[in-house]
Design a protein around this ligand. Structure first.
Ligand SMILES: Cc1ncc(COP(=O)(O)O)c(C=O)c1O
Length: 439
């Protein structure tokens, strides 16, 4: 941040706002200038809207890097024989893969597209782990050709595939079902007995024997992931305890899932509390010389990212509907998982919140509700609206509903903005239909 920016940025307390909480959901590098405009990474969001248009994904790059380092140093201090993998499904953008490569954090990918993007962005193949419950022959071949570090095998059909495809030694982990029902939205719980991911413990033993018997399969240990947006740190300790019953191995990858604070009311465990839960249980139940891996996604990228919109309509029908130029096409988490977000009018940060509004998108679903009952200043057409804590799974789930175009992504840092993904164009959108349109 430049000295000038530091000077103009301040943290206001407008009447009617719960300001302390406001700053805990906005990116770390946030502040407000004298005109009441929000700055992120030292850059005015009004300027960003002007330059790059809306909807726009904005990321505090320093916050992204800091959060990755916090996980890496926190785990290394507690358990030196360890590795942190960033779960890249949470924000699969070349700009973030490049950050991961530069920060030296390993990366988990779960599909051919993520693999290609990670490699093209400079993540070394020997820092990549490949997940997925339904990997295809073609994807496995891509991963083997690239020489990726570890494949996390999900099932015995995948072992059949690998038997056919392997021509050189390959490190493997096996995903097991730990039987821990994560306290989160049903679509985000992945470690209960009914999970489609991994094998139950009894079947896991047979798969492990198969891997151990194969000359090219280097079986190293087990993997679990109990789910996402988990706010009770003790559940991670429970998972580690459960996985220890699978046997003694050189490697235990205990997945991701640490939840984040989305709303003024949410209380999320800190990284330290999370790591204490994982490593505390590991000290009690896992071999002292084992390697531990964790795979945080959301907790690295969520808070650093926000989505910026322009208000297009304000309607009073008994309720106040503030509609913006995006919606569930770029922010599907609210509709998919019921996640509640918070919003601000970033060009009017000093105005008191005088209304409770329905902040809605423009897609043709009543479920396209970005924030239910958002406390805001009285919005006007042309205002900016910003939904906070959208750095994880927002860009991931972006789609073309109603012909919407994928938004651009901009990274801001030290008063500078840089475009890391441009907005999709109508030409690109139409090009997929060339077989008819040009036929
Ligand atoms: C195997 C695996 N690891 C890690 C993650 C990351 O989870 P989160 O973003 O909640 O940390 C996921 C997310 O679904 C996953 O499937």
């Amino acid at each position: 941040m430049t000295a000038e920016n530091r000077q103009i940025l301040s943290r206001p307390s407008p009447e009617g706002t719960r300001v302390g909480e406001l700053w805990s959901i906005l990116p770390e590098e946030s502040g407000v200038d004298e005109a009441g405009v929000l700055h992120i990474g030292g850059v005015s969001v009004e300027d960003l809207a002007e330059t790059y248009g809306t909807p726009l994904h904005i990321y505090d790059e320093a916050g992204l890097r800091r959060q990755a380092q916090r996980f890496m140093s926190g785990l290394a201090e507690r358990w030196p024989n360890s590795e942190v993998l960033w779960a890249s499904k949470s924000f699969p953008a070349a700009g973030m893969y490049r950050v991961a490569a530069e920060e030296g954090i390993s990366v988990d990918i779960a599909g051919g597209g993520e693999l290609r993007l990670a490699l093209a962005s400079g993540v070394p193949a020997d820092r990549l782990h490949f997940h997925g419950n339904a990997k295809t022959d073609a994807e496995l071949q891509m991963a083997l050709d690239a020489g990726i570090d570890v494949i996390i095998v999900d099932n015995e059909d995948e072992l059949d595939r690998l038997e056919r495809l392997l021509t050189k030694p390959q490190k493997l982990l096996l995903r097991v079902i730990p039987g821990v029902e994560a306290k989160t939205h049903a679509s985000q719980a992945t470690g209960g007995d009914d999970s489609k991911f991994g094998l139950p413990m009894d079947q896991a033993l047979r798969a492990i024997e198969r891997m151990r018997a194969h000359p090219l399969m280097e079986f190293e240990g087990v993997h679990l992931h109990i789910g996402s947006q988990i706010l009770d740190a003790s559940q991670f300790g429970e998972a580690v305890t459960k996985i220890s019953t699978a046997g003694e191995f050189p490697v235990y990858d205990v997945g991701g899932g640490l939840g984040v604070k989305y709303t003024y009311e949410d209380k999320a465990p800190t990284i330290d509390e999370y790591l204490d839960a994982v490593v505390g249980a590991a000290r009690e139940h896992l071999p002292a010389d084992a390697k531990i891996m964790i795979e945080p996604g959301r907790a690295i990228v969520a808070r650093a990212g926000v989505t910026l919109y322009r208000v297009t309509t304000v309607k009073h029908t008994g309720r106040v509907f503030v509609a913006v130029d995006g919606g569930l096409a770029d922010q599907m988490d609210a509709a998919l998982t019921g996640q509640r977000f918070e919003a601000v009018l970033p060009n009017r940060m000093l105005d008191p919140w005088t209304e409770i509004v329905q902040l809605v998108g423009r897609q043709c679903e009543s479920g396209d509700l970005l924030v239910d009952q958002a406390p805001l200043p009285a919005a006007q057409v042309g205002d900016l609206a910003l939904v906070a804590t959208t750095g994880a799974y927002g860009y991931t789930l972006a789609n073309n509903y109603n012909g919407a175009l994928k938004p651009a992504i901009v990274f801001v840092r030290d008063g500078e903005a840089r475009l890391v993904a441009r907005r999709e164009t109508y030409e690109e959108f139409m090009a997929l239909h060339a077989p008819v349109l040009e036929g």
